[in-house]
Ligand binder design. Structure first.
Ligand code: ADP
Ligand code: MG
Length: 264
């Protein structure tokens, strides 16, 4: 269980639905989010009524069976997709009210997204991949590559900067994807199964990295994960099932052991 946010979480007035009371520290909120794909008889409701309140500095895991809508939810929170109904608030402002350019700017500057399949450009170098979000802001190539280099160093890939993404191992590619997500200095990190394709050792190393970056860059983070060991390392666990997001029963039962763990 993570550190300084534990005390903050204890002060959070969490309701049975995992919704925190209104608070100035709330960075992200979702209210009655519904997402249905298709229309008429073929319509499928993936998210029924999702409520979420995330305080600045929290690291939250979203767990749930495959197909439960974890990726769908992360996409809505990142303004990569729009809900059928309901609202996402970022710093109390409704995302819906952003105009197209403002949404693009919001995604580029405020959100760091690690995709379920990392979506690196295989023929570009690690440095070029990481520089991409800065180039989209009209940074010069030299300065974007310089910042990208610093990030690759921070994720332990200093010696791989000039390698093409396709030449990197799965764990290295994921480090590049994390560096690319954070290069623009976002406040919110959304990681969709960041260890999904990795073995146990690499998963643990990637989680160590995410925890370190979360702390040192004062991020607020949501991780969708299948991995219960990784989920337990987050401040709280929310379970997505049958279109609803609720506190995970196992997480609820273990507050004392989590506090014990923090002491060691
Ligand atoms: P998870 O990430 O938990 O595995 P997803 O969010 O990827 O779940 O998918 C939830 C459900 O929504 C699945 O049944 C999936 O087939 C469906 N779905 C996801 N994206 C689309 C789409 N663009 N069109 C239609 N159905 C979709
Ligand atoms: Mg998914």
């Amino acid at each position: 269980m993570a550190r300084n946010t534990l005390a903050a979480a204890a002060e959070t007035k969490t309701t049975p639905l995992g919704v925190c009371a209104p608070d100035d520290d709330v960075l992200l909120e979702a209210s009655a989010l519904r997402k249905a794909y298709g229309s008429g008889d073929s319509s499928v409701t993936v998210l029924d009524s999702v409520n979420l309140s995330l305080r600045a500095g929290e690291m939250v895991a979203i767990v749930g069976p495959s197909g439960s809508g974890k990726s769908t939810l992360l996409h809505l929170l990142a303004a990569l997709d729009t809900p059928t109904s309901g609202t996402v608030y970022f710093e109390k402002k409704t995302l819906e009210t952003y105009r197209d350019e403002a949404v693009a700017e919001f995604r580029n500057r405020r959100i760091g997204f690690v995709w379920q399949r990392h979506h690196l450009l295989p023929d570009f170098t690690a440095a070029e991949n990481v520089a991409m979000p800065l180039l989209m802001r009209d940074s010069s190539l030299d300065s974007a590559l310089e910042v990208a280099g610093r990030w690759l160093k921070e994720v332990g890939l200093e010696s791989r900067m000039q390698h093409r993404a396709s030449q990197l191992s799965g764990g290295e590619q994921q480090r590049v994807a994390i560096a690319r997500a954070l290069v623009g200095g976002p406040s919110l990190l959304l990681a969709d199964e960041p260890t999904g394709d990795l073995d146990e050792r690499n998963s643990s190393a990637i989680m160590d990295l995410i925890e370190r970056l979360h702390r040192t860059h004062q991020l607020t983070s949501i991780l969708a994960t299948h991995n219960p060991v990784l989920a337990k390392r987050c401040d709280r666990i929310l379970r997505l099932e049958h279109g609803l997001l609720q506190p995970d029963a196992v997480d609820q039962q273990a507050p004392s052991s989590a506090v014990e763990g923090e002491k060691s």
